[in-house]
Design a protein around this ligand. Sequence first.
Ligand code: AHR
Length: 492
Amino acid sequence: LFGQTKLTLYADQAETKINKEIYGHFAEHLGRCIYGGIFVGEDSEIPNTRGFRDDVTGALIDMKIPLLRWPGGCFADTYNWKDGIGPREERPSMVNVHWGGVTEDNSFGTHEFLDFCDLINAEPYINVNVGSGTVREASEWIEYVTSSNISPMTDLRKKNGREEPWDVKYWGIGNENWGCGGNMTPEYYADVYKNYATYSRGADYKIACGASDSDYNWTDVLMKKMQGKENLMQGLSLHYYTITHNWTVKGSATDFDEKEWFTTLSKTLFMDELIQKHSTIMDKYDPEKRVGLIVDEWGNWFDVEPGTNPGFLYQQNTMRDALVAGINLNIFNNHADRVKMSNIAQTINVLQSVILTKDDEMVLTPTYYVFKMYSVHQDATLIPANLKTDKYELDGQSVPAVNASASTKDGVISITLCNLNPNAGENVELSLHGSELSTSNAQIITAKNMNDFNDFGKNESVSLEEFNVPNPKSGKLTFELPAKSVVLVQLK
Ligand code: AHR
């Protein structure tokens, strides 16, 4: 069974850069993301470098992780950064009130985070504490990290073993301050933000807490109240999670039927409308698109795996997650004029992870392979495209069967396509304007069943494989896009 999709690419009109930061990740002090996932300590039997798992480090480098956000999330607005520096045995502990009430021993702090970012070649993005912190604490943290002046903070950094400042460009000023970060109104937060941002000297790219989902008023108030203070805000965030059912019963990560598959994908497509509407508001105040829309939390949020700590947000990851990642990343690419960064939640063992670990074992999830496949878009130039596709219908509802984006870099055109339909392939007819490329290669992520996943101690059910497509002739190429698949076609 095959439908028809026509994708026309205007390679001669490519001009918008797809920031590599769109492929960013998020790691919070939550469950086993940091402890056990990234950091096991030097004394662990798990092979590690300065306490960082070697298997995880290698996999993230291979995936070309460009950026990592830390330390939260809701955790960020409870975090006292000074508890996470200095000799480990002297660091005070705290209770992680948001995530399971466990004791946080602060053995992974600023130095460890920035050391890890160096190790995996990722840009760091640090989120300061607004909800329960002070302007002074935040400004001292930024000074500690970025300053080359002589000051008590830089002396402290040197005493802790780091002579040179780090190059940290991205700083988030609070997280979800409409909720876990202080339950503020947008008007109040905007004023608080200005206060923090004023004293955030050394933070080149300051990101304000933005809206949850479709809270368009939040975006409007922030943009309005920042008028005349443009130098204080370079980015405004947006958080949107795909929840299949509702916040009380979110649905299982692995045990789902086609109805739930459909609902999940259709709710994921809502990201496009969200970005369009938030961007339209931003355009009103910022037509030059100076302020970036930073989607610094996104992904699937399911019920935790049965038997695991409900506060640890540990979930498996199936072929459905691969589609959700592929769709979102295509949407971000297509809005690269406004979306300057995004961060999937959360790198390891939490929500829609790219990696799962169990003791010394590691599993690469279907989402991992999507990020690896899509890494070709990092810092490439977006190619405007026109997509005409069938509908994927179920129970009287429908979504477009195919979702796609395309870019060009170093003389190579890369097209990523998602077929949302789990039952039917699509005949894709690709037309290329303004390019005479003649050879092609392709890769695919697909699975036998829509809920296939990779598990510990078993062969992978979902991974990245070579895929055959014919070479283009006179700017045209036709191929079959299999049911429930994510495909990369590259033309040279
Ligand atoms: O990613 C998990 C949590 O989701 C984050 O801590 C918070 O910002 C959001 O509500």
